[in-house]
Design a protein around this ligand. Structure first.
Ligand SMILES: Nc1ncnc2c1ncn2[C@@H]1O[C@H](COP(=O)(O)OP(=O)(O)OP(=O)(O)O)[C@@H](O)[C@H]1O
Length: 411
């Protein structure tokens, strides 16, 4: 059985083992489970990030994943951690001054697209980081621009592994054994090799139900930030695989290309309806196994005769760029390209070539999370995802309750 989280009466500022080694400076961020402070290592003056995590599960997942990914250049470095049973865990991480959400917001503010060479360089770094995660069978589950941190030198690092899952015991090196890697991915697709624990996020609360599901060996579908959440999760899947990260990646790439979020849903059903409006209805032509999704028969959408298509969401972008996004933003998880496949995509070896990391323009600061930028990140945390609120702010959709669930009529 899981232990209850520790009482939250401890403060990082009074923890003797921490202040013996680090000067705790200003708070630089906080999320659903953590407060992050800038710190200075007393022995050599190194600037670090001190992440105080208030949730036992989240701390455990993050430490586990970061230890496994140690040495991956595009994953945040964990220097050390402090963890005693009755206290919040404190992770000592490399300090990264900004993030991809800020790059997107700053570029949008300047009313310019990201130059193609810079865009490719950011994308390659994200792909390299995600490839490292997936080779180690680490499913991140909360990829979004604000979790892609950036150093002053332009190095991009995947961070915030508080929702991560390790899908199997380490030991299989996918790079050396592609067949084995594919077999494992197939197994994941066949949904029978995974055990997991309960979950929660900015829009979903942890619950006793999730804890019970953990013992049944299922994932929770209530994971990741809504705008980047894969359709199988929105339809309640609890036995999904690495492919949910690939959907999020597609949404991030689309956002880098247009400087606007691809599917900025205001509630889970609105999120689905936006996806369906672009990709068309989710049916067995699009993904043969879709009818097995837990909520497939519960939420029914009227027929979308003329889906907008991803081209319409990516105006003025080249056919190659649209094709890249299409390889990720597609219903059938098995059809989503892997990070490794995309790293070998011709798009990255065609002109204009990616710039060097040292040539990237790096913002000096981090965008405020509750700002009014086009991304509107702050809004997400304020949204409630309990079922009644699904009907708030619905715009033109017409929703009726049926005997078995909901029917959604497009205008
Ligand atoms: N290594 C780091 N260096 C500098 N700032 C950081 C670092 N890690 C996190 N931060 C800052 O702290 C904020 C919260 O961190 P993080 O996203 O890891 O916490 P969380 O509680 O898991 O968040 P979320 O609610 O997104 O799940 C980040 O948005 C970022 O601004």
């Amino acid at each position: 059985m899981e232990m209850d989280p520790p009482p939250k009466s401890w403060s990082i500022h009074t923890r003797s083992e921490i202040i013996a080694k680090y000067e705790v400076m200003e708070r630089v961020g906080s999320g659903a489970y953590a407060d992050v402070y800038r710190g200075r290592r007393l022995s050599d003056g190194l600037t670090v990030a001190l992440k105080e995590i208030h949730d036992y599960q989240s701390a455990f997942r993050e430490i586990d994943a970061l230890q496994l990914l140690e040495g991956s250049p595009n994953v945040v470095v964990l220097h050390e951690y402090f963890w005693r049973e009755d206290e919040d865990a404190v992770l000592v991480l490399e300090f990264l001054r900004t993030d991809l959400a800020t790059v997107i917001a700053d570029t949008a503010k300047a009313n310019q697209p990201l130059p193609a060479g810079e865009l490719k360089c950011w994308m390659i770094q994200i792909l390299s980081g995600l490839d490292a995660c997936h080779r180690h069978m680490v499913l991140h589950r909360d990829l979004k621009p604000s979790n892609l941190l950036i150093s002053e030198h332009g190095l991009l690092k995947i961070a915030d592994f508080g929702q991560a899952r390790i899908l199997m015991e380490p030991g299989i090196d996918a790079s050396n054994n592609h067949e084995e890697y594919s077999r494992v991915l197939d197994d994941i697709d066949n949904k029978d090799t995974i055990t997991s624990t309960h979950d929660g996020n900015a829009t979903c609360n942890t619950s006793d139900v999730d804890r019970e599901e953990e013992e049944l060996g299922c994932f929770t579908s209530c994971v990741g930030t809504r705008w980047f959440r894969a359709p199988e999760l929105l339809y309640g899947s609890r036995n999904y695989g690495l492919e949910v990260d690939l959907w999020s990646l597609g949404c991030i790439f689309a956002e880098l290309l247009t400087l606007q979020p691809l599917f900025p849903g205001t509630a889970d059903i609105d999120q689905l309806s936006r996806i369906i409006g672009v990709l068309g209805n989710l049916d067995e032509n699009a993904w043969a196994a879709c009818s097995k999704l837990p909520d497939y028969g519960i939420i029914s959408f009227s027929k979308v005769e003329n889906p907008a298509g991803l081209e319409a969401c990516l105006p003025n972008r080249s056919p190659d760029e649209v094709a890249l996004v299409k390889k990720l933003v597609c219903y059938d998880p098995a059809k989503r390209a892997t990070a490794m496949e995309l790293l070998h995509d011709k798009y990255f070896s065609d002109e204009p070539l990616p710039v060097l990391v040292s040539e990237l323009r790096v913002p000096l600061t981090r965008k405020e999370q509750d700002g009014d930028s086009p991304g509107g990140w702050g809004d997400i945390n304020d949204m409630d995802s309990d079922s009644d609120s699904q009907f708030d702010e619905f715009g033109p959709l017409n929703i009726t309750r049926t005997g078995t669930g909901f029917s959604i009529q497009f205008p």
